[in-house]
Design a protein around this ligand. Structure first.
Ligand code: PGA
Length: 253
């Protein structure tokens, strides 16, 4: 059985005080209200990782939002995978569409980031997804599949087995425009097939594929009910403890 995961992506939000308050609220609510088998991950701004780690439990793990592709060196302002590992971080988002768009991250560079994350025992949450133009042009499935091919398909089956995929249509991120459950299921099933063609059905069946893009307290349960949707990567709705907990409760085992 593949793992169900709900990860919050706080992006560049919250002061230190707000971050502590949100984390302790989330940890308490999840502890009190969530009975199912779901791994929760909080992907917080890197300056708060060390502090917030103290508030976390086994059910709520810590994630970063990015790492550099090199282990160390003269890269002012950057954070490396060994640094994240050294402070107990478990997950790292890689290739978020905002990083691809505003920081020009390429599939090739992301392949290197994936390698260094895995080498440091971090679980990559690898983001993929198409723009509105691509969706309207028709070959959006081929485009997203090629993001996986270019950044992940050099991995061995054992390595690939450690990857979490997050499908996030760019047109749905932060726009309030969610993919319908049918659109999410269509892409997730296609990606699972693409993975099966490369790594075989067993690896594909064990790969956790999250949906992201305006998933919220109202729509999460329906999205997560799709057979190939194994949880979510949640932006806006992860900034409020009640909304985020409701999203987590949308995962049914
Ligand atoms: P959103 O963001 O939930 O605010 O659309 C999702 C993401 O960018 O990971």
């Amino acid at each position: 059985m593949r793992k169900k995961i709900v990860a919050g992506n706080w992006k560049m939000n919250k002061t230190a005080e707000e971050a502590v308050a949100l984390t302790s609220e989330v940890v308490n609510m999840i502890g009190d209200e969530v009975t199912g088998d779901v791994q929760v991950v909080l992907c917080v701004p890197s300056v708060y990782l060390t502090t917030l780690r103290q508030y976390l439990t086994g059910r709520v793990a810590l994630g970063a939002q990015n790492c550099h592709e090199k282990a160390s060196g003269a890269y002012t302002g950057e954070v490396s995978a060994p640094m994240l590992k050294s402070i107990g971080v478990q997950y790292v988002i890689l290739g978020h569409s905002e990083r691809r768009q505003y920081f020009n991250e390429t599939n090739e560079q992301l392949a290197e980031k994936v390698n260094i994350a895995l080498a440091n025992n971090l679980t990559p949450i690898f983001c993929c997804g198409e723009s509105l133009d691509l969706r309207q042009s028709g070959d959006f499935v081929g485009f997203v599949a090629s993001q996986l091919t270019d950044s992940l398909f050099h991995l061995s089956p054992e390595e690939f087995g450690k990857i979490v995929i997050a499908y996030e249509p760019i047109w749905a991120i932060g726009t309030g425009l969610t993919a319908s459950a049918a659109q999410a299921q269509e892409m997730h099933a296609a990606l699972r097939q693409h993975i099966a063609a490369k790594y075989g059905p067993e690896v594909a069946d064990n790969t956790t594929i999250l949906y992201g893009g305006s998933a919220n307290a109202q729509n999460a349960e329906e999205l997560f009910a799709c057979p190939d949707v194994d949880g979510g990567l949640i932006g806006g709705a992860s900034l409020k403890s009640r909304d985020f907990t409701t999203v987590v409760k949308g995962v049914k085992n």
